[in-house]
Design a protein around this ligand. Structure first.
Ligand code: PGA
Length: 260
């Protein structure tokens, strides 16, 4: 794992945007794994700005989002389809026909999950997988105790995840209980992973992911098995790391080392 610790959230987002824009410049038809959540909003803003001001183009990229709530149609204001449209797709030149999210309103969500997994494989797999992390250590909606060998499927959301996401809905009861999410094994198959965590509320989950045991109770710890996982943190999210000095020695202020 490459652990990059940046002085603040803004610097962390800029560092992540650098990695993404570099990946797209090197491979304009890259397959991107995209994520949602509050952490990603400023990242998409920054990518949209680079598209507008610096001619960064997503025209040839393909995208697959990690997850979608079951029961929400794409035009539901709280769906991840809607989030992606508003936060990113509407502001860049990505081809809508090459953007993909699981179909939360499919009549048969299990069949839709299997079809989604097949579609990722058909696209040649994911070149760069963007990830957030839940306070409970989830990646995508792979909640604690999710199989580390899992593929795209239906997951029941934990109470803590529903409480964290309740802010987007009218009430807790209206916050969906089920989602389709790509699996931990699907995520591990991506050629590169880029996980971003900012803020003190993520510090414990980040410590478990980076330095805790490899365990399904913290699905993000599966990234310890990934050969090219980069973890971008601000100082608050890095607050519980025992080996923080070491990470900062290897990558001062989150910069590449001489051997990267
Ligand atoms: P957040 O969500 O960015 O809204 O904290 C991250 C996640 O749950 O993966």
């Amino acid at each position: 794992m490459k652990v990059l610790i940046l002085p603040d959230a803004q610097a962390a987002i800029a560092r992540a945007a650098d990695i993404i824009t570099r990946a797209v410049a090197a491979k304009p038809d890259a397959v991107l794994g995209l994520a949602t959540g509050g952490t990603m909003v400023p990242l998409y803003d920054e990518l949209a700005r680079r598209h507008r001001d610096e001619s960064v183009s997503f025209a040839q990229t393909t995208s697959f989002n990690l997850d979608e709530y079951i029961g929400l149609a794409p035009d539901h204001p709280c769906s991840y389809h809607h989030y992606m449209q508003e936060a990113f797709f509407d502001h860049v030149d990505i081809d809508p026909a090459r953007t993909h999210l699981p179909k939360g309103d499919a009549p048969d969500p299990q069949a839709a999950s299997e079809a989604y997994e097949a579609l990722i494989a058909q696209a040649g797999g994911i070149d760069l997988q963007l990830l957030g992390i839940g306070q409970n250590g989830h990646i995508g909606f792979n909640e604690p105790t999710a199989s580390l060998g899992s593929r795209t499927r239906i997951k029941t959301l934990t109470r803590s995840t529903r409480e964290a996401n309740q802010r987007y809905f009218a009430s807790f009861d209206e916050t969906p209980q089920y989602a389709i999410t790509t699996g931990v094994a699907t995520i591990l198959e991506s050629r590169k992973c880029l996980l971003i965590a900012t803020g003190a509320s993520k510090a414990e989950a980040v410590a478990q992911m980076v330095e805790g045991p490899l365990a399904a109770v913290c699905p993000a710890s599966a990234l310890q098995l990934h050969k090219r996982a980069t973890i971008i943190l601000d100082t608050e999210a890095a607050g519980n790391l025992a080996l923080r000095d070491y990470y900062e020695t290897v990558h001062p202020r989150g910069r590449d080392s001489a051997f990267d």
